[in-house]
Design a binder for this molecule. Structure first.
Ligand code: GUN
Length: 302
């Protein structure tokens, strides 16, 4: 039987509508809306496209949205001062500095300067620590892993006691999704293996997985024969493998491929995310949730 296709596009709609209701309620009951500032340095096309989507989504939800675009030659000191000005601004609950930054700026120094209680990306070491502690300590889980967990839960996949295998050990996906999946509580309690480029028999590890999360950045890395029949497969890969002309807009767009051979894998898996339209749409959705939660923490509702 072909797999259940886990549509991030559909789940995003449901979550955004839940968030919109909450924003309206907060505005009516507490006279406040979540405030997000997006800081973009330079004009990298991919970064511009991400930031544009973040701004649009925030505005559609009724957030206060402040956009700060800076030239690529901004000094590190000026960027630090800009971040600091939003640390002090009470109408702003989330500060997002779009990465990558130009080479003359130390990314880590900038991320460390963001108030951890406004770090809605969840990249600050304080939030990495909170995630590792788990439970009520977790304030802002990083957006892509939080989105993956949401997809798994909303698809009705049982995580408790499941064998989960994560392929990839990055700070923004592999490590945090492993933490979320083995944490105590709903969407957690899995037994997690983290595999990486030095793992000896990757195929064998994948074959054991009830939940397989692949974030390796290698197109078609996971072969259909590596998938346990009925497993939940989450493909985080977004690999540009060529270009095509969009039928809708007539513009040239990238052809994207995941880390899993989707067409064959869907005949074996129990549930699977497509690329595009799986994990991708969830990242901005979770950024919005983190920003809303930041306001809720501030006014004592969380
Ligand atoms: N660049 C690519 N993805 C992200 C993200 O999730 N957050 C930030 N700040 N920059 C990014």
């Amino acid at each position: 039987m072909p797999a259940q296709i886990i549509s991030g596009t559909e789940i995003r709609k449901t979550i955004l509508s839940e968030l919109q209701t909450e924003v309206a309620h907060l505005k009516a009951e507490h006279g406040q809306v979540p405030g997000l500032v997006t800081i973009l340095v330079g004009a990298d096309p991919a970064s511009m496209s991400y930031v544009t989507s973040k701004i649009k989504t925030a505005k559609d939800l009724g957030f206060k949205e402040v956009q700060e675009n800076r030239d690529p030659d901004i000094s590190e000191a000026d960027l630090l001062a800009l971040v600091e000005s939003y640390n002090r601004d009470d109408s702003i609950h989330g500060i997002l500095v779009q990465l990558p930054l130009p080479k003359h700026i130390d990314d880590q120094k900038i991320l460390m300067a963001i108030d951890p209680d406004k770090d809605v990306d969840g990249f600050h070491p304080v939030n990495a620590g909170r995630l590792m502690i788990g439970g009520d300590a977790v304030k802002f889980p990083p957006c892509t892993p939080a989105g993956i967990q949401e997809l798994i839960v909303r698809a009705g996949v049982e995580t408790s006691g499941a064998e989960a295998v994560v392929v990839g050990r990055s700070n923004i996906v592999g490590k945090p999704i492993a933490n979320l999946l083995f944490a105590k509580g709903p969407g957690g309690n899995a037994t997690v293996t983290v595999a990486h480029t030095r793992t000896k028999d990757l195929a064998e590890h994948c074959r054991r997985a009830d939940i397989l999360v692949v974030a390796a950045g290698v197109p078609d890395l996971v072969k259909p024969a590596w998938i346990k029949p009925g497993a939940c497969v989450i493909d985080v890969g977004v690999n540009r493998v060529g270009e095509k002309v969009s039928e809708k807009t007539g513009k040239t767009i990238a052809i994207l491929k995941g880390d899993v051979d989707f067409e064959k894998a869907k005949e074996i898996a129990g549930s699977i995310t497509p690329v595009p339209g799986g994990v991708g749409p969830m990242t901005i959705t979770m950024l919005m949730r983190n920003t809303l939660n930041s306001l809720k923490y501030r006014i004592g509702l969380l």
